[in-house]
Design a protein around this ligand. Structure first.
Ligand code: PNS
Length: 164
């Protein structure tokens, strides 16, 4: 079985992430979306919220699994018996950092390959931090996040802002 991992913080999942997930799921027998839990940045959404958003946005994709990981990505792949890391590349600005990570992961684990999918043109501007920023200031994020989770993302953001 050809298993691939699409890792990230997904704070929250965007339409750009969803586009990569849909395309990668067609390329492999199983795609595990790995949700990083020990990020140095404190995420806006809890790991459970982030995973639930992904699950809700991907109910129509059969060969997908959502799992948490912390520590090294290559250790997570070994645990899951996966040999491929899928990453989306939006622009040349992503390249240097992504290339560095791919080389470090290759150095640590030569049998693991990183596969880059070019982001669809319409999502090259999109990131989770943009969603958080626009949402925080009450801007319209309906075009940025999957339809299935939009009300929950907005509701949760309002709740968190009110608590501050
Ligand atoms: O969505 P993000 O925050 O850009 O995702 C970054 C992620 C999770 C892919 C990256 O931080 C990662 O792989 N973290 C795990 C730690 C690790 O293995 N680091 C070594 C590679 S340099």
């Amino acid at each position: 079985m050809n298993v691939a991992v699409y890792p990230g913080s997904f704070d929250p999942i965007t339409n750009g992430h969803l586009d990569i997930i849909r395309r990668a799921a067609k390329l492999y027998d199983k795609l595990i979306v790995g949700v990083l839990t020990n990020n140095s940045k404190t995420p806006l959404f809890t790991k459970e919220q982030r995973a639930n958003f992904i699950r809700k946005a991907t109910t129509d994709i059969d060969n997908i699994e959502v799992a948490f990981f912390d520590g090294l990505l290559v250790d997570f792949l070994k645990k899951e018996n996966a040999k491929i890391i899928v990453k989306g590349l939006r622009a040349t600005s992503d390249f240097e950092y992504e290339f560095q990570q791919a080389l470090v992961n290759k150095q640590m684990c030569p049998e693991i390959e990183t596969v880059f999918l070019a982001s669809s043109e319409k999502y090259t501007y999109l990131s989770s931090s943009i969603v958080r920023e626009v949402g925080h200031h009450g801007g319209d994020i309906s075009a940025f996040v999957p339809k299935a989770i939009y009300p929950e993302v907005i509701g949760s953001m309002k709740e968190k802002k009110a608590k501050k």
